[in-house]
Ligand binder design. Structure first.
Ligand SMILES: NC(=O)c1ccc[n+]([C@@H]2O[C@H](COP(=O)([O-])OP(=O)(O)OC[C@H]3O[C@@H](n4cnc5c(N)ncnc54)[C@H](OP(=O)(O)O)[C@@H]3O)[C@@H](O)[C@H]2O)c1
Length: 343
């Protein structure tokens, strides 16, 4: 059969543009032994993909996307249409990592994205399929382990979450809030700040464009913070180092302010604060904490079922618009989880 896939045709320098991609029609072989054919329904846009749109990405991170070929290892959900793999049957709802295409032949049991993207059933009685790319999927795991394992969230902690209107940030902020913490969120527009205050119920929020981040954070948390959930790096990280109280902790989840830079960005100039205040800075990747997934998923699915979790999605229709969706997300023009509806 013929399938459509998005291919990268040139590595972008600076901002990603539509000229970096094309949609190609390719011949798809029938599934072999141990493989399934999946009709993809929703596919993910993740900031980390920007790091893979480089000829050579950060050492130790996921591989760069090759040119003029399918962009492998992008999370997606879909429905099995044909199966030659034990345990999978037509009609099964599944998640896997062969996104940014309409149909995929996927090998059962083949590890992908550090295990996060390995072909697996999804339990659609828990939540609709697309939520497995967000509120009860990898985003949930990332937010949960960032707070619980990386930041070792403790009773009474005051928590600051950056990119708090985004997929991971909105979950991290709400998990902390639902567990009884004082939570400050930051985001990139007045509308997002309203969302953080009115819909997510955060205690304080600011738009990081409104002045130096350190000043805005001091205004929102005059007595300082204990935990910083970092999605941004750069000036946000520097502001957190200045605001953290003794024994404070930073969960280093991402550094999106650097992803489209053409030059290496300088680190914080106040790193000594980590020594002065016995701080812990811990980087983490959700894929290293797969054993925590059932617990994280149970907690988030529980909140969702009880109607206590606000979770927005920005859904862009059409596989051909996947690059546009990625560009919009990187530019802050989406709220919550950014998804592409493939079919
Ligand atoms: N460690 C892990 O395992 C893991 C897993 C998934 C994601 N991540 C990381 O988590 C972070 C959030 O990912 P996500 O999927 O939830 O994306 P997201 O927050 O839904 O989207 C990214 C958001 O980042 C904000 N942003 C863009 N440029 C910025 C800048 N220069 N300064 C401040 N904010 C900026 C934008 O919102 P505004 O309008 O607020 O600017 C944008 O909406 C990323 O750093 C990502 O790499 C890490």
């Amino acid at each position: 059969m013929t399938a459509r896939q998005v291919q990268l045709i040139a590595y972008p320098s600076g901002r990603v543009g539509p000229e970096n991609f094309r949609v190609a029609e390719v011949e798809l072989p029938a599934p072999g032994e141990g493989e399934v054919l999946v009709r993809n329904q929703f596919t993910s846009c993740d900031p980390g993909m920007r790091l893979r749109l480089r000829e050579s990405g950060p050492a130790g991170y996921f591989n760069s996307f090759p040119l003029n070929a399918a962009m492998d290892e992008i999370l997606t959900v879909g429905e099995v249409v044909e199966s030659r793999a034990e345990g999978f049957a037509p009609g099964d709802a599944v998640t896997h990592a062969w996104g940014w295409r309409d149909y995929a032949v996927v090998k059962a049991g083949q590890p992908s994205l550090g295990g996060v993207g390995t072909l697996a059933h999804i339990d659609t009685s828990l939540a609709p399929p697309e939520k497995f790319l967000g509120a009860v999927g990898n985003m949930a795991l990332t937010a949960w382990v960032g707070l619980i394992d990386a930041a070792e969230l403790r009773e009474g902690d005051v928590v600051w979450v950056s990119a708090a209107a985004g997929a991971v940030g909105s979950l991290a902020a709400q998990i902390a809030k639902l567990r009884g913490h004082t939570v400050i969120g930051s985001a990139g527009s007045p509308a997002k700040v309203r969302y953080l205050l009115d819909e997510l119920g955060l205690d304080a929020a600011f738009d990081y464009h409104d002045g130096p981040v350190g000043d805005l954070l001091r205004g929102a948390a005059p007595d300082g913070i204990d935990v910083y959930f970092d999605a941004v790096g750069g000036d946000h990280l520097q502001a957190a180092l200045a605001a953290l109280r003794p024994w404070g902790r930073i969960a280093m989840c991402g550094a999106i302010s650097e992803y489209e830079s053409t030059e290496p960005q300088p680190g914080p100039t106040n790193l000594f604060q980590a020594v002065a205040n016995n701080l812990t800075l811990r980087g983490f990747r959700a894929s290293a904490y797969l054993h925590r997934f059932p617990e994280a998923q149970r907690e988030l699915a529980g909140y969702l079922a009880e109607g206590r979790l606000a979770y927005r999605e920005t859904i862009v229709d059409g596989l051909e618009n996947a690059p546009q969706a990625l560009m919009r997300m990187l530019a802050g023009d989406t709220t919550g989880k950014t998804l592409v509806r493939v079919s």
